[in-house]
Design a protein around this ligand. Structure first.
Ligand SMILES: CC(C)(COP(=O)(O)OP(=O)(O)OC[C@H]1O[C@@H](n2cnc3c(N)ncnc32)[C@H](O)[C@@H]1OP(=O)(O)O)[C@@H](O)C(=O)NCCC(=O)NCCS
Length: 184
């Protein structure tokens, strides 16, 4: 199998920081100012921040790795689940947030995101969650389409601050008490 999913360990913090920052830039630099991008990147994707997330008992960080024919391994995506404050619009029982699911652009549309989503759903269930929720920028149509494939439905919106820019995130929710985890 070319891709595998595993829990992140503290030693993964630097590689995760690089992947997170690169994917964030690839996705959002075209529609945000360099100043707002720099401010957010400096707080969200440092190796220190990744290490804190990996070791936080409220978080589960999952890595997708590609295993090349030459024996090398490449980090190509990750997902971050976290237990924390829940917006009022999210009404389901036992909610858990899917804070990030990021796949490097070269790997979009190749099943990495599907494998990460399946693993995130499994990990969320094993933490006792019964509802998965997330916020997605209203101007991120690929992610919105991806979540719709996995049975997420829109329940409201909230604001998200990128640097100095206040943006609208759509809130999506998905029950974990169903079997439709494949995205097919
Ligand atoms: C969101 C993400 C994880 C999805 O992974 P992926 O491999 O791209 O997902 P898929 O290709 O399986 O699904 C994306 C769907 O959006 C569709 N799509 C692509 N561009 C689109 C667009 N501009 N508008 C609407 N739909 C679009 C694709 O056709 C596909 O649907 P299909 O399978 O029915 O053809 C990945 O794109 C990613 O990491 N993006 C950058 C980071 C990001 O935005 N993360 C989410 C933040 S909330």
């Amino acid at each position: 199998m070319p891709h595998t999913i595993r829990r992140a360990a503290i030693d993964d913090a630097a590689a995760l920081s690089h992947l997170g920052a690169t994917t964030f830039r690839e996705t959002f630099a075209g529609e945000n100012t360099p100043e707002d991008m720099a401010r957010y990147l400096a707080e969200a994707f440092t190796p220190q921040q990744q290490a804190a997330e990996i070791t936080d008992p409220a978080s589960t960080v999952l890595l997708a790795e590609y295993h090349g024919e030459s024996g090398g391994t490449e980090l190509v995506g990750y997902a971050h689940l976290i237990a924390g404050p829940v917006p009022e619009a999210v009404r389901g029982p036992a909610p858990l947030e899917l804070k990030r699911i990021y796949v490097a652009r070269a790997w979009h549309g190749q099943g990495v995101a599907r494998a990460l989503m399946a693993a995130a759903i499994e990990a969320a269930r094993s933490r006792g969650a019964r509802t998965l929720w997330l916020g997605v920028w209203e101007r991120n149509p690929r992610a919105v389409a991806f979540y719709a494939k996995y049975g997420f439905t829109r329940v409201g919106e909230h604001t998200f601050v990128l640097g100095s820019d206040t943006q609208t995130d759509w809130l999506f929710v998905r029950s974990l008490v169903t079997d439709s985890d494949t995205g097919d």
